[in-house]
Design a binder for this molecule. Structure first.
Ligand code: F6P
Length: 527
């Protein structure tokens, strides 16, 4: 696979890519009419695409792709509940979780509504102190156990929105995802089982890491209390697999359903988001859902040329497939969004990291690039050197928040100044005229999007994350791939099973020599 090609319907764009390569970003940015067409605001989220490497002609050609690929028809099919996840035979209706799919089947909408009111009541009881542990004490610590889509969204939002003023005291929320014992040992350290509640989240209830961590949590609890009958008061489960969860010991009233029509990485709006609800309360959680719903309505109805997720997807796909950017740097200029790159890594890479199209054909063009990132300004003193003077082709998303709650305005002004400056340097670079100063050459011409949230509130964040979800869907359509399965993850899971047994002493001679030697080395060196 050379990946040098572009999808079949991209011929006009291939010629345009050559033209834009020869156009400096400074020239593009000098055209304020063009820039105006590339700036869009929705619900306190401002998207500035002007530093992308496109001109008016390319934008028109990209918009034509939405017609050729029937993007609008496919979007409507998704929102109406058609089984667009063909390899798993499933609908894709995470929008129904925030009332953003009005044409979804009535039964689904009812299930969502019922589960949401149970969830709100549960959170209210925990936050308000009426949920009591076995010794009649209120809950102080919540340990959330889950991985991937059952972890990343909740932790991102719990941390991002921890600054919101509280009408009630939120419990301390701890996250355990990795099967590495350090994760759970660290979380449990110093906790009192009388005042600790576990939330076990697993869509399948079959994920190894979550099974092992949940079993350790239960042992920890039983060793300290000896009270099997108290498991019900101290364990909440969220899953589609209600039977397996019941066998674990959850009480039926403390089990919250998930549904096959919600992908794990799109599930933070469901009961998976219980820790978010515990952190921010029902009112703010409703605002989070309302922000996402605003994005859903916009996605469903705005013209393609004004439609933020469609534009974001067209530009991101252009960068990858036509301009050859092989990574996407997500640079959060707000420490509260430090986990945004981790969340987007799963959302974008697990969804669109594919090399087979919807007809099962191998692709010969690039799809989702490696997404990575971190926080500004810290990154400027670490990896930005490579961004400015290295040889990699990449695109960047810079995320800023206009207002912060800390009463230290000078800090925030510097943060924003640096965020704006980095985008400028990535676009325009620096060409020293003095031949003796060529070591200071900064090429520029790197495409970037700047997102500015008016403030980091639940409404803005809900809108931003839903836009990211829709962008992922649109990119899948443009690349003709299924964004909603993740078969590649299965291989590693399957391979780990015999290796686990071989580390325990079973015969490993059927393994390839490199694997066998590693197993032997570890077996000898484990005490
Ligand atoms: O293995 C990958 C994955 O299946 C993700 O898609 C998912 O979010 C995660 O594992 C956790 O799965 P579950 O919620 O079923 O435990």
């Amino acid at each position: 696979m050379t990946l040098a090609n572009t999808p079949p319907h991209w011929s006009a764009l291939t010629a345009s890519a050559a033209r834009i390569e020869a156009t400096p970003s400074a020239t593009l940015l000098g055209d304020d009419e063009r820039n105006k067409d590339l700036r869009h605001t929705l619900a306190g989220c401002h998207f500035d695409f002007s530093r992308q490497r496109v001109d008016g002609q390319i934008l028109r050609e990209l918009l034509e792709l939405t017609r050729v690929t029937d993007l609008a028809g496919k979007r409507d099919a998704m929102l109406a509940g058609e089984k667009i996840n063909a390899s798993e035979g499933r609908e894709v209706l995470h929008t129904a979780l925030r009332d953003g799919a009005p044409n979804a089947p009535a039964l689904m909408r009812e299930q969502v509504e019922q589960t949401r009111s149970r969830l709100y009541a549960c959170a209210e009881a925990i936050r308000g102190g009426s949920w009591r542990g076995y010794s009649n004490r209120a809950i102080k610590d919540v340990v959330h156990i889950g991985i991937g889509g059952s972890h990343l969204g909740p932790e991102l939002l719990v941390k991002a929105l921890a600054h919101l003023p509280q009408s009630q005291v939120a419990p301390n929320i701890h996250f355990v995802a990795n099967v590495d014992a350090q994760d759970i040992s660290h979380a449990l350290d110093g906790l009192n089982p009388e005042t600790t509640l576990f939330i076990v989240v697993s869509k399948s209830f079959g994920t190894l890491e979550t099974q092992v961590n949940a079993a350790s949590a239960r042992s920890w609890f039983l060793e300290r209390t000896g009270r099997t009958d108290a498991i019900a008061q101290h364990f909440i489960g969220v899953t589609t697999n209600l039977q397996a969860a019941a066998e674990f010991g959850f009480a039926a009233e403390n089990l919250f359903p998930l549904w096959d029509w919600v992908g794990g990485r799109f599930s933070l709006w469901s009961a998976v988001g219980l820790p978010i609800l515990l952190q921010i309360g029902a009112q703010a959680f409703s605002q989070l859902l309302a922000g996402a719903q605003t994005a859903d309505e916009h996605f469903a109805s705005a013209e393609a040329a004004q439609n933020i997720p469609i534009l974001a997807a067209l530009l991101a796909t252009w960068n990858t497939t036509a301009l050859g950017c092989n990574s996407l740097a997500v640079l959060s200029y707000d420490q509260r969004l430090a986990l945004l790159p981790d969340f987007l890594q799963q959302l974008e890479m697990e969804s669109n990291g594919k090399s087979v199209d919807t007809n099962g054909q191998q692709l010969d063009y690039r799809t989702m690039q490696i997404l990575w990132g971190g926080c500004g300004t810290n990154g400027q003193h670490a990896y930005h050197q490579l961004l400015h003077q290295g040889t990699s082709r990449f695109a960047a998303d810079l995320i800023m928040v206009a207002n912060d709650p800390w009463e230290r305005q000078e800090h925030h002004q510097w943060l924003l100044a640096n965020g704006i400056a980095q985008g400028q340097a990535l676009a325009i670079g620096h060409r020293p005229t003095d031949p003796g100063e060529q070591h200071k050459y900064v090429g520029g011409q790197h495409p970037s999007t700047t997102v500015v949230l008016d403030e980091l509130g639940p409404h803005q964040l809900g809108c931003l994350l839903a836009i990211c979800e829709h962008k992922v869907f649109c990119q899948g359509v443009l690349w003709n791939i299924n964004s909603f399965d993740q078969w590649g993850v299965e291989l590693g899971k399957k391979l780990a099973l015999p290796i686990f047994a071989q580390l325990e002493g079973q015969d490993s001679s059927a393994q390839d020599p490199a694997t066998r030697r590693l197993i032997e080395y570890l077996s000898i060196n484990r005490s």
